[in-house]
Design a protein. Structure first.
Ligand SMILES: NC(=O)C1=CN([C@@H]2O[C@H](COP(=O)(O)OP(=O)(O)OC[C@H]3O[C@@H](n4cnc5c(N)ncnc54)[C@H](O)[C@@H]3O)[C@@H](O)[C@H]2O)[C@@H](O)CC1
Ligand SMILES: Nc1ncnc2c1ncn2[C@@H]1O[C@H](COP(=O)(O)OP(=O)(O)O)[C@@H](O)[C@H]1O
Ligand SMILES: [K+]
Length: 567
């Protein structure tokens, strides 16, 4: 079972509740848990408060345990001799409310929203305060905010006072980053024990500010399925494959990149160069003949397989045969960047991955199949090395199967897939990574728009299709068909430039060729792409940067990952 390490694992609200319950089952009490987390949260707050010239702290208190934490924090602030007052929303004095009673015993001034219908007391408090602690809602928020509390949040935001959010900024859905109407704009958020998905997912993540974790003792026997990993420098580093000093180019794998078209030659260049810069040993660019000359004139580090076209911009099924004939030595195949979606190109893709029309079914399988033998004399038909291919299909073929290596499908490859019924049948349970952005994902799902809960969308799709899904956006989500999830939440507009996705696809294929499993290859590709983007931003800024700036920083990004952190 994975060991739970804060900063590596991200929880859902349900998971954190299960962890807390287990701690209680093992003998901890709820007041113990709250005391520990609140101490850590208060310490973060106090380091900021202590730097203010004449601090005065306003603590917003909600009705649940988030408000309970806030009341305990208020006591710590009072004990540190800073002026503090509380403003309580839907929390009435009650004998069994121990955090309330304890705060009251310290004579901390309390105002109640219930007695402040025009919010005059709140406005007064905001004017006389220098710092706000937000304990209105935590992971318990799962419905739209009522108008009265939404107004309280808007007034706090309008005050421009620095806010420290307890666990999550109030208004955030801890599971998916959704905003329930409005949200506290926090300068700091201190998560209780472990971070939650919502801390890393937009739009809510933009309101989290600096994220810290208040330690809480995890139960000894903790074996909750901690299925979500945070992609940070440490976790990304742990995925980097060894690079033996005596390795030769075949040690590091061959990648076939099928990309580009008359209108989009740049995508081929970017994807193939990224595959080469992934550390793979050899990259072959299979691009349409119409762009071969111009591409080969300036991209010298790859070998070429020019593909026949019906006319410039449209491939043919015959091109698939050509790729099949060359695939035997390749450890990964990328198909899609800049291919276009012309009819002939669609036929090409179907034939390439064995989704040919019913009149001529091609046997295609994946490398490693228990049914497919790697053909000594290659004859025809297509299959993935790990695939178990239906016997009838094999019989219907005149020739032996083609064996596909681990596969990445990106961009127009995905747009074409979306037009094919039951495309997933061929790919299910094979070493396949799909890299859709939000729009491509909607097309693949046959929906106008994808749901707001991106982790859930990616997880369900990965499970349904039996492939690894990289759902790209400012927060990229990598979902494995077995339910594992990785989140990369380091938004960086330097990456929001045409061609950035082609680079990611090339990197993913290059890492598959180096032997990484699909889920790991996808995570590392997203990770190193993010580090290269961070270098671009650090060095050049976030405006006016282009995809080749990312490409050129990949070697340095690898060095940062293997030799030390970002400065
Ligand atoms: N070790 C610790 O310190 C612990 C800390 N915890 C804290 O407790 C929080 C979770 O506590 P709760 O489960 O009580 O949940 P919350 O305190 O987040 O809020 C739940 C309360 O808000 C109300 N509510 C929910 N949505 C509302 C809406 N839209 N409008 C008005 N009212 C609404 C609910 O009816 C409930 O009374 C965590 O975020 C954390 O801060 C808990 O996780 C327990 C352990
Ligand atoms: N604001 C952002 N923050 C972080 N990453 C981003 C941001 N915008 C885009 N990206 C990343 O850049 C890449 C863009 O890919 P894609 O949309 O396929 O573009 P293209 O097809 O033009 O290459 C994805 O990896 C995406 O996650
Ligand atoms: K909060």
């Amino acid at each position: 079972m994975p060991k739970i390490v804060p900063g590596y694992h991200i929880t859902t609200a349900a998971q954190i509740r299960a962890i807390e319950q287990r701690a209680v089952d093992e003998g901890a009490t709820w007041p113990d848990l709250m005391a520990e987390a609140s101490r850590g949260m208060a310490d973060v707050g106090l380091t900021v408060i202590a730097k203010q010239p004449n601090p005065a702290v306003l603590v917003l208190v909600g009705s649940g345990n988030n408000g309970g934490d806030a009341l305990v924090i208020a006591r710590h602030i009072k004990e540190a001799d800073f002026p503090v007052s509380c403003y309580l929303y839907k929390r009435k004095p009650q004998a069994d409310d121990w955090p309330f009673a304890a705060a009251q015993a310290e004579a901390i001034p309390m105002s109640f929203a219930a007695d402040d219908s025009q919010n005059q007391q709140l406005q007064q408090l905001l004017q006389t305060s220098t710092f706000v602690i937000d304990g209105l809602f935590g992971i318990g928020l799962s419905r739209p905010l009522a108008a009265d509390v939404a107004h309280i949040i808007d007034l706090v935001n309008a005050s421009k006072l620095p806010v420290l959010a307890v666990d999550v900024p109030s208004g955030l859905d801890a599971d998916n980053g959704k905003i329930w109407g409005t949200i506290i704009n926090a300068a700091y958020t201190v998560a209780a024990g472990l971070t939650k998905r919502g801390h890393h997912l937009y739009p809510g993540a933009a309101y989290v500010g600096k994220l810290a974790i208040a330690p809480f003792t995890l139960p000894d026997s903790m074996e909750e399925p901690m299925t979500t990993t945070e992609l940070n420098l440490a976790t990304i580093r742990s995925l980097v494959p060894a690079r033996p000093v005596d390795g030769h180019k075949d040690t590091f794998g061959r990648v076939m990149v099928v990309a580009g078209s008359y209108l989009y030659p740049g995508a081929a260049w970017l994807a193939a160069t990224a595959a080469a810069r992934s550390g793979a040993g050899v990259v072959t660019l299979a691009c349409p003949r119409s762009i071969y000359g111009s591409t080969a004139a300036h991209l010298h580090e790859v070998t070429y397989l020019p593909l026949p076209e019906v006319e410039p911009g449209e491939l043919t099924e015959a091109a698939a045969k050509l790729v099949h004939e060359k695939l035997a030595k390749y450890k990964a195949l990328l198909v899609g960047p800049g291919l276009g979606t012309e009819t002939g190109t669609g036929d090409f893709l179907r034939a390439l991955i064995g989704l040919a029309s019913s009149k001529r079914r091609l046997g295609v399988g994946f490398l490693g199949s228990n049914e497919l033998e790697l053909p000594t004399k290659r004859k025809g038909g297509v299959g993935f090395g790990l695939a178990a291919r239906p016997k009838e299909e094999a019989k219907a073929e005149e020739e032996g199967p083609v064996v596909l290596p681990p596969l990445v499908i990106d961009a127009d490859g995905l747009n074409i897939l979306a037009t094919i019924e039951h495309w997933e049948e061929k790919l299910r349970d094979q070493p396949v990574v799909l890299t859709p952005h939000i729009g491509e994902m909607a097309r693949l799902l046959g929906e106008e728009k994808i749901g707001e809960d991106h982790p859930q969308v990616a997880l369900e799709a990965a499970a349904r299709w039996g492939v690894t899904v990289v759902l790209k956006s400012a927060h990229t989500i990598i979902a494995s068909p077995d339910g594992r999830l990785a989140l990369h939440g380091l938004a960086n507009p330097a990456l929001a430039t045409a061609g950035s996705g082609d680079i990611l696809a090339g990197l993913t294929a290059g890492l598959l060729a180096q032997g990484l499993a699909p889920f790991e290859a996808a995570q590392l590709a997203v990770g190193v792409h993010g580090v290269a983007g961070a270098l671009v931003r650090e060095e050049l800024g976030e405006r006016g940067t282009i995809a080749s700036d990312i490409l050129n920083r990949l070697p340095l990004a690898w060095r940062k990952l293997t030799e030390g952190g970002l400065k």
